[in-house]
Ligand binder design. Structure first.
Ligand SMILES: O=C(O)CCC(=O)C(=O)O
Ligand SMILES: [Fe+2]
Length: 222
């Protein structure tokens, strides 16, 4: 589980809200699996909405520009972003995300993310609650921040008691499928950057870079 602040700048957030204003939404249960649809009670931006493509580009561009997201998610493919809205009384009960998504070539959901578009003060309730082997985690982040979590978890969105919760949600198929291998590569890549910053391109740096590169070669599914 990974929280990343400031995926969107205040200017980008403002633009997202401007593009989302007065756009058509439909019931969110359309894009859920049959079991998840039973507990999904929210609204989603209609893919035919006037600004849908612009919104996609804005979010995908912001994700692509974020070095922490790139390193933590190691994306091979992204599903189209969903723009979801929960008004008072809405929630999304316990569910697991579909393993395979979309048409051929299908995307395997390794990681899910919620990018918060509303500030925590804009609504009561509406926490994203994730069950993991380490316990239950609740997330209600600042607008512009993102939580990245394994798609194989049971999770839910608590009922919004008042106000409106707006989020962008998405799924990533990772270049490295095994979370343990992703963790090793994440740690080594961080170390490689730190070593370069402190000492420059030394023989130690080259040696570490070689091992990093060779682990990518062993494990990546490009
Ligand atoms: O709204 C959220 O934060 C997550 C929604 C969700 O779990 C989903 O769309 O599958
Ligand atoms: Fe979900």
């Amino acid at each position: 589980m990974f929280c990343i602040a400031d995926i969107l700048t205040p200017t980008q957030l403002h633009e997202v809200h401007r593009l989302l204003a007065e756009q058509p939404y439909h019931t969110g249960s359309k894009t859920a699996g049959w079991a998840a649809a039973l507990v999904k009670n929210n609204e989603q931006l209609d893919p035919g909405a006037r600004h849908y493509e612009k919104l996609q580009q804005l979010i995908v561009g912001a994700l692509a520009a974020n070095e922490v997201f790139a390193l933590a998610a190691m994306p091979k493919a992204l599903r189209p972003i969903l723009f979801c809205r929960y008004s008072a009384g809405m929630s999304y009960g316990d569910h697991v995300d579909n393993a395979l998504m979309g048409e051929e070539p299908r995307v395997r959901s390794d990681l899910s993310f919620t990018l918060f578009l509303s500030s925590p003060g804009d609504y009561d309730g509406g926490e994203l609650v994730i069950e993991s082997t380490q316990g239950t985690h609740e997330y209600k982040l600042e607008a512009g921040a993102l939580v990245l979590y394994p798609s194989d978890t049971l999770h839910r969105v608590a009922t919004v008691k008042s106000g409106v919760r707006q989020v962008a949600v998405g799924w990533v198929q990772c270049l490295i499928r095994d979370p343990r291998q992703r963790q090793i590569l994440f740690d080594l890549e961080v170390l490689r950057r730190q070593l370069f910053q402190q000492q420059g391109k030394t023989p130690h740096f080259d040696s570490l870079a070689k091992s990093c590169s060779n682990l990518w070669r062993l494990w990546a599914e490009p």
